[in-house]
Write a protein that binds this ligand. Structure first.
Ligand SMILES: C[S@@+](CC[C@H](N)C(=O)[O-])C[C@H]1O[C@@H](n2cnc3c(N)ncnc32)[C@H](O)[C@@H]1O
Length: 181
């Protein structure tokens, strides 16, 4: 198991206050961070990705349930998830405009329980036009959250070396709108 990134460390601190029993790792990829979530929180982790090959490469773990699904159409009932961690998904989903991102935030609002929380991390190379992924500004994030999720905190920024290139990420916490009702 690799050591947690700064984003994950801060995310774990937020999650520990919420004491989730079921946590969604959305866009889990090959599960590089999923076992850390399971071990640190003692929660059951539902790890979702639409890429079957990535899921097949993910490490088996009795507390992790890997599910192949589209993040914009989650196969879970209303208010069935206590918390969500999602790192690196928004930058891929947002490549085709805001519509898939709006579907994602709507799904988070639906599946998270009232006091649930989501930690979302994504690329923030605002000046870069060369990235294969979409970099979202704060204004764009506010727009895709609006009416579905409430932004609680811009937690921080983190630089990661990806294939020799420094890539900047930001990460936020957000809660479902039903939290405020
Ligand atoms: C940059 S990777 C991050 C993987 C993992 N969270 C990590 O940090 O190692 C983004 C992941 O989102 C997944 N993804 C992209 N669009 C998706 C969608 N619509 N539904 C589910 N997963 C999706 C990709 O297959 C990929 O595994």
């Amino acid at each position: 198991m690799t050591s947690p990134t700064r984003i994950l460390t801060r995310g774990l601190a937020v999650f520990k206050k919420h004491k989730p029993r079921i946590l969604l790792d959305l866009g889990c990829g090959v599960g590089s961070e999923t076992p850390i979530l399971a071990a640190s929180l003692g929660a059951r982790i539902v790890a979702v990705d639409h890429d079957a090959a990535a899921l097949a490469a993910a490490p088996p773990n009795p507390n992790i349930f890997y599910v192949r699904a589209d993040a914009t159409q989650l196969p879970f009932g209303e208010s069935t998830i206590d918390a969500c961690y999602s790192f690196g998904l928004l930058q891929e989903l947002g490549q085709n405009g805001d519509a898939p991102l709006r579907l994602l935030t709507r799904e988070l609002d639906r599946v998270l329980e009232k006091s649930g929380v989501a930690i979302l991390g994504t690329i923030a190379n605002f000046r870069s036009t060369s990235s294969a992924y979409r970099s979202l500004t704060g204004a764009e994030v506010s727009k895709v959250l609006r009416g579905h999720m409430v932004l609680q905190e811009l937690i921080g920024l983190m630089d990661i070396d990806i294939n020799g290139q420094q890539t900047r990420y930001w990460y936020i916490s957000a809660t479902p709108t039903k939290h405020t009702e």
